[in-house]
Design a protein around this ligand. Structure first.
Ligand code: PBG
Length: 328
């Protein structure tokens, strides 16, 4: 055998592999999602082993540790007490609410940490939908678009007033990025960024998250607003709209099963592209590793490297802190 081309020469030592590696993860690639609740203690989340619902003190501590490891940003998800959930989701824009208080405390304790909030009604809505619901004859369910957008604007303003650096509308209502941009600008919050959940799919991988927040839809599903998992051209359509409406960053969610969508958005836009490795992706890795079937550290790094290689500039992941620690 006389081979002229031997690609293996470029893999012959770990030094050469390190030198030629195309995709390298760093702590600054990550946004760390954190759950919070009103209680004074931190509680393990049954549906997401290794994740907790933090008290305010626990949240400050956890976010501070993550930031010290080089993670630039956190995104907050509140577990709202059952008695505060209403059909109109009023609690979402309460300036004394859980999220605004947490944002204020985080910015006071860690001024350089980027604090992102989730804008959607599902934690606050007694229907568990991201938008306001109108029930028709025979129990049919309509998720109202324009009325929801008005409430989302109030929610985004409330978060901006508390000091959020960035708001992330995850609701998938039409026109919400433009409406939120206008509402923020009119209130002189032109410095607050918008992270659009541009291609958010109606995914079965969100199950453990809904368990963590007790936010699953009480009936029906989210398919009239979240995207059909079969579609990629439609993601580009959403991208073009979010760009035009003034999004500062765009997101694909979930990440692992949608690498082609990440690549498509990366090709079509000059904006930063984020990808969300969601609760079901986290749980699949955690449970397979707990059973001894896969090796956790290696699988976590491979899953995240794949997401970055596909074109994500930023990754939301529940593994962010432990990965940052390993990389550091
Ligand atoms: C709600 C929201 C969801 C997630 C983030 N924001 C759930 C949903 O849309 O039902 C899921 C995140 C995850 O699964 O990790 N607006």
């Amino acid at each position: 055998m006389n081979l002229f081309h031997r690609p293996r020469r470029n893999r012959k030592s770990s030094a050469i592999r390190a030198m030629l590696r195309e995709t390298v993860l760093t702590p600054s690639d990550f946004i760390y999602p954190l759950f919070l609740h009103e209680d004074s203690g931190d509680t393990e989340i049954a549906s997401m082993p290794g994740c907790r619902r933090w008290s305010l003190d626990g949240l400050l501590q956890e976010a501070g540790e993550a930031h010290a490891l080089g993670i630039p940003a956190v995104i907050l998800f509140p577990a709202i007490a059952e008695e505060l959930k209403t059909p109109e989701a009023e609690e979402c824009a309460n300036p004394e609410g859980l999220v605004p208080r947490a944002v204020q405390a985080l910015k006071a304790a860690h001024p350089s940490l980027v604090v992102i909030t989730d804008v959607a009604l599902d934690p606050y809505n007694s229907d568990g939908q991201d938008g306001l619901v109108r029930r028709g004859e025979g129990g049919s369910l309509e998720i109202l678009n324009d009325q929801t957008v008005e409430v989302l604007c109030r929610q985004a303003l409330c978060h901006a007033e508390a000091g959020a650096d960035m708001v992330g509308p995850s609701d998938m209502m039409d026109g919400r990025v433009a409406a939120i941009r206008t509402a923020l600008d009119d209130a002189s919050f032109e410095g607050v960024s918008i992270l659009g959940y541009t291609a958010k799919y109606a995914s079965a991988y969100y199950g453990p998250f809904r368990g963590a927040l007790d936010s699953a839809p009480r009936d029906g599903d989210k398919k009239t607003y979240q995207m059909d998992p079969a579609n990629v051209r439609e993601a580009v359509r959403e991208l073009l709209l979010d760009e035009e409406e003034g999004a500062d960053m765009v997101m694909v969610k979930p990440a692992g099963p949608y690498l082609d969508v990440i690549a498509a958005l990366r090709d079509e836009t000059t904006l930063p592209v984020a990808a969300y490795q969601v609760s079901g992706e986290y749980l699949m890795i955690k449970s397979a590793c707990a059973a001894g079937w896969l090796e956790e550290q290696a699988v976590v790094m491979e899953s995240l490297t794949g997401i970055k290689r596909a074109g994500a500039d930023v990754i939301l992941s529940y593994f962010a802190k432990e990965v940052a620690r390993r990389l550091g």
